[in-house]
Design a protein around this ligand. Structure first.
Ligand code: GUN
Length: 343
């Protein structure tokens, strides 16, 4: 079968497609598709019983989301976070000041949320307008309510390997790797992207899990060769389909953190050339989501997260998990040992 034929025969969103690690020797190995949605559902089931136990004790954890201005992507993310709270029975408060808000006005909102007893977790959706001092705002959030894990105190705890509130996307990736039994001990992990939200905390978590970690960025020399050495690739640079099949060592695990909206037909033709159903969907809707990893990597990787349905759902699951955890810690309650989410 030709490469294109093999890919057309694949069902990457149903669990497996075939990678070419051994194709030259006439053996086709399946690329395992790591479904974040399935793992999200497991985490929700565990959180639901924890939330019920707290409800019996008269406690309803609450999350406050601050959405400044009307950035459409941020609106979608915050709405998804609020909807997830409602689904699991957490209380939620949305505060949506206009984009013209000043740093000191936003500090006053954060201060109010810090004081409210019905608020266990506070998230300030990023990015903030450029005139707002983002660092000042993030430092103003009570570290005990910092469910994003962005406060310098919590970042310091993470660096030191102490228990803390961990940023949601990297925490979600770790849950996905752990529950998919991807080996990390001694693995060569390459993180592409060095953001405060994903790349840096991701590298720390992998290091704490005994991986040998390389962090790459826009100035990295010979990025493809560096990424090709990886047993585990975490793509988190926000560049649509940049990690192409030639970056990937056959059989490697590839975690795609990117969520990019594609509207350019010529880009879509390139990305989905081997995925006729996705191309047809793009042509029907004139839009599609693609990760930072080119879809053709599905023919090379040993395991791969899809976009959508990979890391995205876990980011929200970990936000709810952090909110429940913050509500317990604030009340001096211990983490229940029965809960599988590692905290
Ligand atoms: N913007 C992009 N990702 C995130 C996130 O994880 N948390 C917040 N607060 N803003 C974001």
């Amino acid at each position: 079968m030709t490469d294109a034929g093999r890919r057309q025969n694949t069902l990457p969103y149903l669990g497996f497609c075939y990678h070419s690690a051994f194709a030259k020797r006439g053996v086709l190995l399946p690329t395992r598709i790591l479904s974040g949605s399935a793992i999200r559902d497991q985490i929700y089931a565990e959180l639901s019983s924890e939330i019920s136990a707290l409800a019996s004790a008269g406690i309803r954890p609450g999350l406050a989301a601050v959405l400044v201005g009307d950035n459409p992507a941020s609106k979608v993310y915050v709405n998804s976070k609020i909807a997830a709270c409602e689904k699991l029975g957490l209380a939620s408060i949305q505060v949506a000041p206009p984009a013209t808000i000043t740093t000191s006005q936003l500090l006053a909102i954060v201060d109010d949320l810090n004081r409210r007893d019905d608020v266990d977790g506070i998230l300030v959706q990023l990015p903030l307008p450029s005139h707002v001092d983002t660092k000042k705002i993030l430092e103003a959030v009570d570290p005990a309510k910092d469910v994003d894990g962005f406060h310098p105190l919590n970042v310091g705890h993470l660096v030191a390997g102490r228990p803390t509130l961990v940023p949601c996307t990297p925490a979600g990736v770790m849950e996905l790797l752990r529950r998919s039994t991807i080996p990390l001990d001694g693995a060569n992990a390459v993180v592409v992207g060095r953001s405060d939200i994903v790349g840096k905390p991701m590298a720390l978590l992998l290091m704490h899990a005994n991986a040998t970690v390389t962090v790459c960025h826009s100035k990295t020399r010979d990025l493809p060769a560096t990424v090709r050495r990886a047993d585990l690739v975490i793509a988190a640079m926000g560049r649509p389909a940049m990690i192409t099949a030639d970056y990937i060592r056959p059989g490697a695990t590839v975690i795609d953190v990117g969520i990019n909206r594609v509207t350019d037909p010529s880009q879509a033709e390139n990305f989905f050339a081997n995925f006729p159903e996705r191309l047809a969907e793009f042509r029907a809707k004139s839009t599609a989501l693609v990760g930072d990893v080119h879809p053709d990597v599905a023919g090379i990787a040993g395991a791969l997260t899809p976009v959508p349905g990979g890391v995205g759902p876990l980011t929200i699951a970990m936000l709810l998990s952090n909110t429940v955890k913050a509500s317990r810690l604030r009340r001096g309650l211990r983490t229940p040992t029965a809960v599988a989410v590692q905290r």
